[in-house]
Ligand binder design. Structure first.
Ligand code: ATP
Length: 450
């Protein structure tokens, strides 16, 4: 076999800088992770489409979150609320008034910037002009549209800028139907939309993105304890899925960064090629959200504790993560290069749970005699795990392609397989090869992919 087990790789140092970003963007396009949107029409600024490989990776990120946050717990239930929403929700939540960024224009080159993101507030980063900025204007980030054929004020609707409000407005519905009692949570994954002034850094900041949010409702005197619990649990989720701890940190917000209702917020940050950036915020939101919606809607949004006859408004701990941004962090953290027999091998060392394909089935050659056996092996694996099947090109090149997709195992069917009913299993990271009987293959692979 061209990919001999004894080849010893030499690690290559991949600097965490703009060159890594370029590699990730190129790999994403070349292998089908992420494509620029509407490319045949010249693209649509800062919007992206997730290709055949990216859709799997993104789905696996979301599934890993759902598994940890909903499936593995008996105190969290799921929800999928509407994206189109009436102004009343955003009036109550405070978004109509406060969900704004300070916008400045450069009078010289007419570029627009978020004032709070300028490194030097007196110099235009685009044209270098000094003191050329207009006064800051507060720009609301919500996308406004009209529901129905008449563009009247009565028909105004907003695309949600976060999934969280869906959980608050359904608090009473979920409480009654699920028979949960605090401490309990409602989890949701879905698209959110923000008319960002300066989107950029690939899928780090886009106008359309996906969020994974939990609203965890607790008795007021337990809020601090649960806040600490969720900060730790959420940090650990990223570590368990393979982000190295030196690229991950928890950053508690300073008092002047906190929203008026929050008694504590911590961000989980990742070391992106341009520096530390937020993956997720965990906030201790008090009773702000339920109280606002109760006041504005006139509905009771509280909890009656029959055990001691008390009624209270639960406090909320909110871990709010971005699925698309997190997917990008997993890609950056997994990217690796090494030298093997004078050639650079690119490998995505993704956690098996995140890998787009778990197994690739590769007949050694395209000979008709191997195809039926290889297809049988594929059909045996497909009900259990996402597989790729590839019979073109030399086997070495097919291994390299799977390395770039992050596929943990390649299963090669060769001429001996027809005699001994065994296949060669090649592991992505070590490139070590094992001969495994076909009828033992599932038992061999599945525990390693869990
Ligand atoms: P930022 O300060 O980066 O704008 P934020 O603090 O406003 O983010 P939250 O409102 O806390 O973000 O949203 C929770 C998560 O949603 C963020 O941690 C991030 O992962 C994700 N997110 C927010 N805005 C975007 C965006 N424009 N593009 C991609 N992901 C986003």
């Amino acid at each position: 076999m061209s990919d001999a087990a004894d080849e010893t790789p030499t690690p290559i140092d991949v600097p965490n800088d703009a060159s890594l970003m370029e590699k990730i963007v190129n790999l994403s396009k070349r292998r089908g992770f992420v494509f620029p949107s509407a490319e045949i029409y010249g693209g649509f600024r800062s919007t992206y489409d997730y290709g055949p490989i990216g859709v799997q990776l993104l789905r696996n990120v979301k599934d890993a979150w759902w598994r940890a946050m909903v499936q593995m717990r008996d105190d969290v239930v799921g929800l999928d609320a509407a994206i189109l929403s009436p102004p009343a929700i955003w009036e109550a939540s405070g978004h109509l008034k406060n969900f704004t960024d300070p916008l400045v224009d450069c009078r010289n080159c007419h570029e627009r910037f978020r004032q709070d993101q300028l490194e030097d507030p007196s110099t235009c980063p685009n044209c270098g002009a000094k003191d050329s900025f207009t006064e800051a204007r507060q720009f609301n980030l919500m996308f406004k549209t009209h529901a129905g054929p008449v563009e009247s004020d009565a028909a105004v609707a907003y695309l949600r800028p976060e999934t969280a409000q869906g959980m608050f407005v359904n608090f009473a519905n979920v409480l009654q139907s699920s028979r949960k009692k605090p401490p309990f949570g409602i989890a949701q994954i879905g698209k959110s939309f923000r008319n960002e002034i300066t989107p950029g850094n690939f899928v780090f900041r886009t106008r359309e993105f996906e969020q994974m949010e939990l609203e965890f409702f607790v008795p007021p005197d337990e809020a601090d304890r649960w806040y600490e619990y969720w900060v730790d649990a959420r940090y650990q989720w990223y570590v368990d899925l393979g982000i190295p701890t030196e690229k991950l940190r928890i950053r508690p917000h300073d008092a002047d960064e906190l929203s008026h209702y929050s008694s504590g917020t911590s961000d989980v940050e990742f070391l992106f090629p341009w520096g530390w950036g937020e993956l997720e915020g965990i906030a201790n939101r008090g009773d702000y959200d339920l109280t606002q919606h109760a006041t504005h809607s006139g509905e009771k949004l509280d909890y009656f504790d029959q055990a001691n006859g008390t009624r209270y408004t639960p406090h909320v701990i909110e871990p709010a993560a971005g699925a698309t941004r997190t997917m990008m962090a997993f890609l950056l953290a997994a990217y690796d290069e090494e030298e093997v027999r004078g050639e650079t091998r690119t490998v995505l060392r993704l956690h098996p749970r995140l890998a787009p394909y778990k197994v690739a089935v590769l007949p050694l050659s395209k000979k008709d005699t191997l195809t039926p056996r290889a297809r049988e092996v594929l059909a045996m694996l497909q009900p259990h795990v996402m597989c790729d099947y590839d019979e073109t090109q030399a086997i070495g090149r097919r291994y390299r392609r799977q390395d770039e997709l992050g596929t943990p195992y390649c299963v090669t069917v060769d001429f001996d397989s027809l005699e001994d009913d065994a296949v060669t299993v090649r592991e992505r990271d070590s490139m070590a090869q094992d001969r495994v009987k076909v009828d033992e293959l599932l038992g061999y692979l599945l525990p390693k992919l869990a």
